[in-house]
Design a protein around this ligand. Structure first.
Ligand code: GLN
Length: 282
């Protein structure tokens, strides 16, 4: 079979499943992964594909048809124009989260001293590692309750050449951060924020494949904002910045204000959805 034929067949197979929102892209990612091709090679080469590889492509297409997210199938994704390894132990980085990272970078890019950043609930490390990459004078601590997730974050730090800027801490944020001295200039988090009762309404792909601990924010979805605001305060004048779920910005801003944060801002994403809440420690 030629590459063109393989590609056409793969597109058609994924297009038959109406729940797959980007069938052609997903099929291409799988083919590039199995045949070890770059995008331009996929589009221009017309090689003949050995049967064994065509069979392998079909096996991966079957996983996609069964609902497995393509990022877990190929074991990687892109975030902030950087490559990240992902597996079932970490949430797949979302484009929605780039606004959190961009906001922090924008505010600290002209600071010449060292910037100490803490990323709570690091998962794959996408948030902290992109900050380390784009803020070369930052040092970033990745904190997560899951040892398995931190292993992925460590690999991602290596992949993105920022290992020297990174520390990894495995703990429950409920245990606080008072031993992590000196205090941080910036605390960021994209915590689990889905209401427990809403978990079952998520897309099947999310609830069946992504780690539930990375999604479940308790009865009102705000458990982790309360815990982080109480247990992790940056240094005086330092900033805490959160990603929030749709409709949560006002409440999270209120929690921050009550805890003594000032100059609180709510930042919308490109679609106008309030995505980031930040404030400065008084
Ligand atoms: N910080 C990681 C991300 O933004 C993980 C978030 C999470 O697991 N809730 O993708």
């Amino acid at each position: 079979m030629t590459l063109k034929e393989l590609r056409r067949n793969a597109h058609n197979r994924l297009k038959e499943q109406p729940n797959i929102s980007s069938p052609e892209l997903d099929a291409d990612l799988i083919i590039m992964f199995v045949l070890d091709l770059k995008k331009d090679e996929l589009l221009t080469k017309d090689i003949s594909v050995p049967d064994a590889l065509a069979i392998e492509v079909n096996a991966y297409l079957n996983r996609r048809l069964a609902g497995m997210p393509v990022q877990y199938i190929v074991g990687k994704t892109e975030f902030m124009s950087l490559d990240f390894i992902v597996n079932k132990n970490v949430l797949i980085p979302r484009q929605d989260t780039e606004i959190l990272v961009e906001t922090v970078i924008e505010r600290y890019k002209n600071v010449s001293e060292q910037i100490r950043i803490l990323d709570i609930g690091s998962g794959s490390g996408c948030v902290g590692i992109s900050m380390a990459r784009y803020l070369p004078n930052s040092v970033v601590t990745e904190l997560d309750i899951s040892e398995e997730a931190l292993k992925v974050a460590e690999l991602n730090a290596e992949k993105n050449l920022v290992t020297k800027q990174m520390n990894f801490v495995c703990r429950d944020i409920c245990d606080g951060i008072s031993d992590l001295e000196p205090k941080f200039d910036v605390i960021v988090s994209n915590p689990p924020y889905i209401k427990t009762d809403d978990l079952l309404e998520l897309q099947q792909e999310v609830i069946e494949y992504e780690p539930v601990a990375a999604l479940d924010g308790g009865d009102d979805g705000l458990d982790f904002y309360r815990i982080i605001i109480k247990k992790a305060v940056p240094k005086k004048g330092g900033m805490t910045a959160f990603e929030v779920g749709i409709g949560q910005a006002g409440e999270v801003a209120g929690l921050m204000f009550k805890a003594g944060y000032r100059n609180i801002e709510i930042i919308p994403d490109l679609a106008g959805i309030e995505r980031v809440v930040l404030g400065y420690a008084a």
